[in-house]
Design a protein around this ligand. Structure first.
Ligand code: URA
Length: 235
């Protein structure tokens, strides 16, 4: 019953609903031949009402996260899951964000159903750098690079200093910050620690993977194996 299980795991319905879908004749192979529950021509050759199936697990997607969407289903309001097809929330295993972004942070967000991959990307030891573009309310002081890179910056109510972070000023009130870790509101709190305030924040890359230019805000697509490898590229 591979076909029923696959359809159910991809969120096309419960096992019962998947069986019904198959019985209705909506599930075919690539040549339009109606499939029965015991047929299985391989996931890539299955069609539902003529459409290819969603990619099977393990899946990694890249999204251009818009402002105003939270990364948690527990928060009220719009969530990143609203930007995906509704059946994605019924996938098993489900998709999780690879390091959350704040509601008002935009840009590169990865989601995956592969727990091992998720931990590899978010773990500081993986060397997978997260790069942010920040617009600030006040002019830079001039010592931000030194403070952020010191390895001694202690954020309010924390006991462990931040790992050294990269800093590049782009103008009076704009900068790029590069992090090895992902603490709660980290970039905003780093700038608060030097008397500034982040007006807008966008993640522009993770490792060697840049936010794909073709993705408009709110759009997403699957990540290729080559792009996955870029995440861990050192340069
Ligand atoms: N740092 C923040 O302050 N917010 C984010 O969303 C990501 C990094």
């Amino acid at each position: 019953m591979k076909l029923v299980k696959l359809l159910a795991n991809l969120g096309y319905g419960s096992r019962k609903e998947a069986e019904k879908l198959i019985k209705s004749g909506a599930v075919t192979d690539q040549d339009g031949k109606v499939l029965g529950a015991k047929d299985f021509p391989g996931a890539e050759n299955v069609r539902v009402i003529g459409e290819e199936l969603d990619p099977s697990a393990p899946l990694v997607i890249v999204m251009n996260k818009p402002d105003g969407y939270t990364c948690s289903t527990e928060d009220p309001g719009d969530t990143i899951y609203d930007l995906l097809p509704p059946r994605f929330s019924k996938r098993n295993p489900g998709l999780n964000p690879v390091g959350r972004l704040d509601k008002d942070t935009t840009g590169l967000l990865l989601m995956t159903d592969d727990g091992k991959f998720l931990h590899q990307v978010i773990h500081p030891k993986s060397g997978c750098l997260k790069v942010y573009h920040a617009v600030l309310a006040r002019p830079l002081r001039g010592d931000e690079g030194e403070v952020f890179g010191s390895g001694e910056l202690l954020l309010e109510s924390e006991t462990k200093p931040l790992l050294p972070a990269g800093f590049e000023a782009l103008g009076e009130t704009e900068a790029v910050v590069t992090l090895h870790e992902g603490r709660y509101h980290q970039v905003r709190r780093m700038f608060a620690a030097v008397g500034n305030h982040v007006v807008s924040l966008k993640r522009i890359s993770i490792g060697g993977l840049k936010l794909p230019e073709e993705l408009a805000e709110g759009e997403w697509r699957a990540v290729s194996d080559e792009e996955k490898a870029l995440l861990f590229a050192k340069d």
